[in-house]
Write a protein that binds this ligand. Structure first.
Ligand code: FAD
Length: 261
């Protein structure tokens, strides 16, 4: 089985995330960049499948600037076998639809893939749609919010967990699976893994190498764009009701005033 793990390098949650003043895209230069935590979970899910199935292989695919190689190396040091890095200045500012189309092209360079494992939502863009869009572009099933994953023969089965409950899903391969936050804890790379990762093959593709038309990507052709951004206003202090024997009536009065009862 050949499993593609989609990983994105994102600004560290501990560093300040801001948009550049010039084009309102994420200012990646001024922040610490790391592999997205949910993508470590996706790589872990792929590695568990690889360990459960002989002759399996995990190929990491990432679209991002040159420095995304650090995130790719982290996935390789966890145990992935090889990587495809789609990197081209022209991709800057691509929207979710363009990202999904471009990643689909990069995935197309991986011969004989059966399963794509992604995170359900990136912690920077938070669009939460790229895996389903890739499934649509490639014409394969999409299994979302997955917390457990198994493959038997040509069938993938998954436990899907949302706020509403737990669902069991199955689909025929090839398919796309997006991993939820509660999925398997990612392993730490071992020293041996870190050393081995340095020698694993990483194929770097530009637009031409991936067969992407420049008019299909980038800020100038994006279907959506961020027009402005501002920090959330701080929460207002709540109203305090002091109970002087009439607390219940005061609360009822307040709720009526808010048209809540
Ligand atoms: C502050 C901000 C606002 C933005 N607003 C918008 C907007 O309103 N509309 C819009 O279309 N775009 C927007 N973008 C762009 C967006 O971040 C991405 O470039 C792209 O649209 C994918 O969205 P996402 O990463 O949130 O994807 P999600 O769908 O949240 O990502 C889910 C999973 O898909 C995979 N994946 C996503 N991107 C990559 C990648 N580059 N390489 C490998 N795997 C990947 C990962 O496995 C990831 O866990 C915004 C970006 C920022 C930083």
């Amino acid at each position: 089985m050949k499993i593609v793990a989609l990983i994105k390098q994102v600004p560290d949650t501990y560093s300040e995330r801001k948009l550049s003043d010039s084009d309102q895209t994420l200012d990646r230069e001024g922040t610490e960049a790391v592999i997205d935590e949910i993508n470590e979970r996706a790589v872990e899910a792929a590695l568990l499948l690889k360990e459960a199935h002989d002759d399996s292989e995990v190929v990491v695919v990432s679209m991002g600037p040159d420095r995304a190689t650090d995130a790719i190396r982290k996935a390789l040091s966890m145990g992935a076998d090889s990587a495809v890095h789609l990197s081209d200045e022209a991709l800057h500012g691509s929207c979710a639809v363009q990202t999904a189309k471009a990643l689909s092209k990069a995935i197309g360079t991986v011969d004989g893939w059966n399963l794509i494992v992604a995170g359900e939502q990136a912690s920077d863009g938070q669009i939460g749609a790229v895996p389903a869009m890739i499934a649509d572009v490639l014409g394969v099933p999409s299994l979302t919010h997955v917390v457990e994953l198994e493959v038997s023969g040509s069938t993938v089965t998954a436990k899907r967990e949302t706020d509403d409950g737990v669902t069991r899903l199955s689909a025929e391969l090839p398919a796309v699976v997006s991993i939820g936050e509660k999925a398997n804890e990612p392993r730490y790379p071992s020293f041996k893994g870190i050393m081995a990762a340095k020698k694993k093959p990483v194929s770097t593709l530009d637009l031409a190498g991936a067969g992407i038309d420049p008019s299909e990507v980038g800020l100038a052709h994006a279907l959506t764009s961020v027009t402005s951004a501002a920090p959330k206003p701080p929460k207002q202090a709540g109203e305090k009701v002091t109970d002087e024997g009439d607390g219940g009536a005061k609360i009822a009065e307040y709720l009526v005033g808010q048209k809540l009862i």
